[in-house]
Write a protein that binds this ligand. Sequence first.
Ligand code: TMP
Ligand code: MG
Length: 291
Amino acid sequence: MLLKMIPEMNKVSVFMRDRRHVETIIKNMQRAGTSTLQVISDFDMTLTRFAHNGVHCPTTHNVLHSSTLISEECKTKMRDLFAHYYPIEINSSMSEEEKIPHMVEWWTQAHDLLIQQRIRKDQLAQAVRNSGAMLREGYKRFFDVLHQNSVPLLIFSAGVGDILEEVIAGHDIFHPNVRVFSNYMDYDEEGVACAFKGEMIHSFNKREGALQNTQQFIHDRTNVLLLGDTPGDLNMADGVQNLHNILRIGFLNDKVDERMKQYISSYDIVLVKDETLDIPNAILNYITARK
Ligand code: TMP
Ligand code: MG
């Protein structure tokens, strides 16, 4: 039945623990209509690609590596940090609690490095435009359909908010229904980045942040489509009151064999090495279709 409803679910990249459950949730969402729907999504490696032609695509922290806004020394140091901490982030034999201190170290050092670079706000847009940042295939349809149907898209990102906004603005998809919660930089009177604002968001404190800042959610939209790529993204919707239906879609980009068990037991739909938004788009197409 699910395949009849949404033939795209036949794609080889799609894995489900319980397809009946997925079918029920999608039908519930379709019946309830788009006025009850909100989409809550991670950004890096969820809305953006993990890789293209075998090469890693940059995360928002790493977008400036192709620019002259940061020094070569800074780039090397940030790459070294990535090489050390990313394997910890995705290590399937460590618990989240064990990982958190390492993530705090990673983000603290990366933010310190970026702030030392005296990045100018007015040069950011151009640098991001020239970078290799790549949204997943089908991004335009995804953002446009949500906009056309007035469905809010809340992006929760542990990346750099200023860069994230430039990426989506640069692709002409920063529509008014999009809200971003991320790590934003503060600028001095000369427009030079001098600090990061507020509490740091890293990969594993999104739930905590969501529960502390429940005002950032839209509480009268009780159906949630959630997109993520790490186990830390699973609970991003925990701050929504009166949740009726939630469908969690997880992109499993890397170390598939090691992590499949964890992903399939927690995400409703797992997309393995799928660099497109075909499945979220197909589900939205079904939900938004006129009855
Ligand atoms: P996300 O919440 O939008 O996915 O952003 C978090 C990702 O950023 C996480 O998977 C690791 C990545 N990251 C870098 O690529 N470079 C860095 O310097 C830091 C601190 C994080
Ligand atoms: Mg991510």
